[in-house]
Design a protein around this ligand. Structure first.
Ligand code: GAL
Length: 675
């Protein structure tokens, strides 16, 4: 695997991506259309200011209609056309979905579900991560593409597969079971070590030979949690290995072209440990779609952006896909409001994206995504939606000056996929508690206050942060727990929530009172959990707590708030302890927004962290990007009324100076070059 330093060194020799403009673009699937449409496509792309096109994501059956028979002429024409219009190509390896001939000839490539049933062709991503045959055919196609297009002047980026793990992980086939055993042998060496790590003394699960260890298919009742956790780790690693194999082929035949694969940092997608994947991307890219069924969809978008930036080491990243309007996979697929196509794109730029892509360029007339919006809708370019993209194209041209700048943040919020996996069970104190609930809530309340967080892995360097939030970090290593404590010693405010520091990397509970890893830092000792159901709440001195409560004993901390009713009445609910030059705060319940908001205000004041602009109206998002050349203030009005914010500068959206007060239209946005 490449180290971060090796990747950076390789990058120096690479063709540049992102380019020095705020690049707009997206998935372009010309094989869905007759040749006569392609000329209109590039003409419209020019009109809309499109700078890049992702080509070939689901084109395998068009590139290799029979085993070893390659047909590239149509792709040659597409790349030539795009190049002639100055549009850079993000060329896919086309390996996300096998063509029907491949699964017919080699049915062993098909994935198997939790119940042991084969998942059949007819949709997409119908392949098993450990299939040697699938890998062989995928690498053969990748090599063909890399050899043929390496010298093509349109080629700017390689796009490996697509959204790895979307639909086909975990696979529970026997072959994955075998690969899992090899992975376990590497991890544990001896079977005794595995027995210890998995706690197989419980329920007579002791293994006496490696071939007794299986993929954790559906059993009679609760599965062994460490077995399940290790399978999730293995499944992420198996696909990472696949990615690295494709990447190696690209490096061999197309050495100086950057490589990416599009992540899905949406908070409901949790199949891959992107912290292991990010160091082997030359450009970190992600897809994001607004999920209308969430209580706070805009806050989720912001979280995803901050997480992606964390994965990109704080630098710029690429939004590979989002939608101009409705998607087609939610219960009701809401169209975006007028202006929202622009505002949503700018929301990602506000959080560090330097490239903005959509799925897809032209709305399909057939197939599973024919009702998914696109840049060119069914109605054609004579439409409000297309005109809005054209308007964004003009704004993006002006925003080119901020490309490469970094988002300002003095707050770190810790996110660890492995902890999320472990906290997802099976057999947790509450099966209804989302492992990202506290993270999402605290992030949202900070975002409402105009305070930006870097969402980072616990191994990140925490020394530059004034506030470190540790939300439901259920599984934590000694090393990461020590780094959190050191941050407090060095002067940071550290805010830890319930259900953090409970278990070690094998998901063994840390004994002596919860939260074992943070007990000393926080000066509390939790004797027992009192989880609350979704409709339950517990009274606090002021406000209420939801989802969770605990029997907290003080061991050096001072009480900030107490439980006021129920079995915990009179006991501490929120505490604070002075630590070195900083302090450690503990939330044993999820207080309501108002009560929690007041705690956050106190924590922010103690940390000396101010919002991006003072007096931010409710529903207006504010972030700042900065570089040696200057700073840019993003203001996004997510409300249906006009809003005013005290700020000054040159508004790159309106293309006009603003002195003193910015007036934002309902759903409007401003990006001010300050100073
Ligand atoms: C993404 C995928 C695209 C398209 C899009 C629809 O997950 O990469 O191919 O399906 O979703 O929202």
């Amino acid at each position: 695997m490449l180290t971060q330093a090796a990747t950076a060194a390789t990058l120096c020799r690479m063709r540049p991506w992102p380019t020095k403009t705020l690049a707009l673009g997206g998935d372009y699937n010309p094989e869905q259309w007759p040749r006569s449409v392609w000329d209109e496509d590039v003409e419209l792309m020019r009109r809309a200011g499109i700078a890049f096109a992702t080509v070939g994501v689901f084109s395998w059956s068009w590139l290799e209609p029979a085993e070893g028979d390659y047909e590239f002429e149509w792709l040659d024409t597409v790349l030539d056309l795009l190049h002639a219009s100055g549009i850079a190509v993000d060329l896919a390896t086309a390996t996300a979905t096998p063509p029907p001939w491949l699964s017919s000839a080699y049915p062993e490539i098909l994935p198997v579900d939790h119940d042991g049933h084969t998942l059949w062709p007819g949709s997409r991503q119908t392949w098993c991560p450990t299939s040697e045959r699938y890998r062989e055919r995928a690498l053969a196609l990748t090599a063909q593409l890399a050899q043929r297009y390496h010298e093509h002047p349109a080629l700017a980026l390689w796009h490996v597969s697509n959204e790895y793990a979307c639909h086909n992980v975990p696979c529970y086939c026997d072959r994955c079971g075998r690969h899992f055993r090899t992975w376990l042998q590497r991890r544990y060496g001896a079977l005794d070590a595995l027995n210890d790590a998995w706690g197989t003394a419980f329920w007579s699960q002791r293994y006496t030979a490696w071939d007794q260890v299986l993929a954790p298919r559906r059993s009679t009742t609760l599965a062994n949690p460490t077995h399940v956790l290790d399978y999730r780790r293995f499944s992420s690693d198996a696909l990472l290995d696949f990615y690295l194999a494709e990447r190696a082929v690209l490096s061999e035949h197309s050495p100086d072209v950057p490589v990416t694969t599009n992540f899905m940092t949406l908070s409901h997608f949790r199949h891959l440990d992107y912290h292991a994947w990010a160091p082997v991307q030359d450009v970190v890219s992600t897809d994001h779609y607004i999920v209308g069924t969430l209580a706070h969809p805009r806050a989720e978008l912001a979280y995803s952006g901050d997480l992606t930036r964390g994965l990109a080491g704080g630098g710029p990243w690429m939004l590979m896909e989002h939608s101009t309007s409705a998607v087609n996979w939610q219960p009701t697929n809401h169209a975006k409001w007028p202006g929202q196509t622009i505002r949503d794109a700018l929301s990602h730029v506000a959080r560090g994206a330097d490239t903005i892509g959509w799925f897809q360029w032209r709305q399909s007339r057939a197939g599973s995504e024919k009702f998914h919006s696109a840049v060119v809708p069914h109605a054609g370019p004579d439409s409000a939606r297309f005109r809005e993209v054209e308007q964004l194209g003009r704004i993006a041209a002006r925003l080119g000056e901020l490309v490469g700048s970094r988002v300002e943040s003095r707050v770190a919020l810790l996110h660890d996929y492995q902890s999320v996996w472990a906290a997802s069970g099976p057999s947790m104190p509450s099966g209804e508690l989302d492992p990202l609930l506290a993270a999402g809530t605290i992030h949202r309340l900070l975002h409402d206050r105009g305070v930006t967080c870097d969402v980072v892995h616990p191994s990140a360097d925490l020394t530059a942060y004034d506030l470190v939030v540790v939300p439901q970090l259920y599984l934590v290593t000694d090393e990461h727990a020590a780094a959190v404590a050191a941050a407090a010693e060095d002067g940071a405010q550290v805010l830890v929530t319930f259900f953090s520091g409970i278990s070690d990397e094998h998901d063994h509970v840390r004994l002596g009172g919860y939260p074992g890893a943070f007990r000393e830092l926080l000066g509390v000792r939790v004797e027992e959990f009192f989880p609350l159901g979704p409709a339950q709440e517990v009274a606090l001195g002021a406000g209420t707590g939801t989802w969770w409560s605990e029997h907290v004993e003080l061991a050096g901390a001072a009480v900030v708030e107490s439980y006021a009713a129920g079995p915990l009445a009179g006991r501490p609910a929120i505490t604070r302890r002075e630590v070195g030059a900083g302090a450690a705060w503990y939330l044993s319940t999820l207080a309501d927004d108002e009560r929690l908001g007041r705690v956050l205000d106190d924590v922010l004041a103690a940390a000396g962290v101010a919002p991006a602009v003072p007096g931010l109206p409710r529903g207006v998002e504010a972030t700042r990007r900065r570089s040696d050349e200057g700073s840019w203030l993003f203001l996004l009005n997510h409300t249906e009324s006009p809003q005013t914010v005290a700020a000054a500068g040159y508004d790159l959206v309106a293309d006009a100076f603003v002195g003193g007060t910015v007036r934002l239209d309902p759903g409007g946005a401003a990006v001010l070059r300050e100073g």
